[in-house]
Design a protein around this ligand. Structure first.
Ligand SMILES: [Zn+2]
Length: 372
């Protein structure tokens, strides 16, 4: 019996769902969790924190420093619910300090950046934003043994060609030479352990990020301060645009990471196994169309078309709409889609100068999808 796998539906935090996760969503959990306010955002929204456990091992976890990256936040609360229900002994061994949404303005407006248009994950050195300082001050006060930096990644990321990268990780570099420092090796071991634990349920869909050093990134900074830090990225698979599937996999990743720290299992892992995890590639688009007849400047072409979705917030309905647009067209030998369709049977030619070309393409996509 594998508790975390078999019981997922029993402990999944169902109050949280979809892509639009804001402070309001988190407040729905306030009967269960005792949130504190550790500060106010640039646009005066509360930044919530949550301290769980009393143990000597201290893990600092923050999510949604990029406001529109909500999947790992959902997964984090699934993970907490798991420990609460099935393994609450851990809370005598560990103290978790959590910021569920570091960038509440970005979450509310569904943007990566904060209200001042600053990417908080490029602000670690200049600390120009209130949110960056709140995280940094908490880091200094809490003095964590480990840090988890939670994100979402775009649908373009693949593993070894065209397999979707569902989960991606990084043990950030601590210096420009990418030295294998002790803290870096420890985070590598944890990532390698997660990969090993998930290889049965998610074979071939786990990758790692490029580890070029960037002192402006929070993970690189904390790693350079000798705290083992791991970047967790929730990716995409199939037609799961609400990212409810990815959320489940990310939940398992977090459970294994926390357990391995508490049980010290990660120490037994060879850190070099980290390098065996393939690096992210970018060979995917949302919809890939082959053999499309298009008219470009009066010339008839037979090409492939990659369609991407722009994620647009409907604030009244509190939901995200996925608006298709043509990303590129041409001949691509190394590209595929989360949905791939062949337009060989479509006789129509699509004129690029027509403002409604995307609607026309999508109406054929919908028809072909049914046949498929
Ligand atoms: Zn991010």
């Amino acid at each position: 019996m594998n508790l975390e796998l078999d019981k997922y539906q029993d402990y999944k935090e169902k109050i949280l769902s979809g892509r639009y996760i804001t402070n309001e969503s988190i407040y729905k959990l306030k009967k269960k969790y005792n949130f504190s306010i550790i500060g106010k955002s640039s646009n005066d929204l509360p930044i919530l924190s949550l301290k769980l456990g009393k143990g000597p091992i201290k893990i600092l976890i923050w999510s949604q420093m990029h406001g529109n990256e909500s999947t790992s936040t959902k997964a984090l609360f699934d993970c907490l619910s798991f420990f609460d229900k099935y393994d609450s002994d851990i809370f005598s061994k560990v103290t978790l300090m959590i910021i569920p949404i570091l960038n509440p303005d970005g979450a509310l407006n569904y943007t990566r950046e904060n209200i001042n248009n600053i990417d908080l994950n490029r602000d670690a050195k200049s600390l120009s934003q209130i949110e960056s300082n709140i995280l940094r001050d908490l880091y200094s006060q809490f003095n964590p043994s480990f840090c988890f930096n939670l994100h979402d990644q775009r649908t373009i990321y693949s593993v070894k060609g065209d397999k979707p990268s569902v989960l991606s990780f990084l043990s950030p570099s601590a210096d420009i030479e990418k030295s294998e420092t002790k803290s870096r090796k420890d985070s590598m071991r944890i990532v390698a352990l997660i990969k090993k634990k998930l290889s049965v349920i998610l074979p071939g869909n786990i990758s790692r990020y490029n580890d070029d050093f960037n002192i402006n990134c929070v993970g690189d900074t904390f790693q350079s301060l000798k705290t083992p830090t791991i970047l967790f990225e929730s990716g995409h698979i199939g037609q799961d645009y609400e990212r409810e599937q990815t959320r489940e996999y990310m939940c398992y990743a977090l459970i294994h990471a926390i357990k391995s720290i508490i049980n010290e299992d990660f120490i037994k892992i060879n850190y070099k196994d980290y390098y065996l995890i393939p690096e992210n590639t970018k060979h995917l688009c949302d919809i890939f169309l082959k053999n499309v007849n298009i008219i470009s400047e009066k010339k008839q072409l037979n090409v492939s078309v990659s369609i991407m979705f722009k994620e647009v917030l409907n604030k009244e309905k509190k939901e995200i709409k996925f608006m298709p647009y043509i990303d590129r067209y041409g001949h691509f030998s190394d590209m595929t889609g989360h949905l791939t369709l062949d337009f060989i049977t479509v006789e129509q030619s699509f004129d690029l100068s027509n403002n409604f070309i995307i609607n026309e393409l999508m109406s054929h996509v919908d028809k072909l999808r049914i046949i498929q």
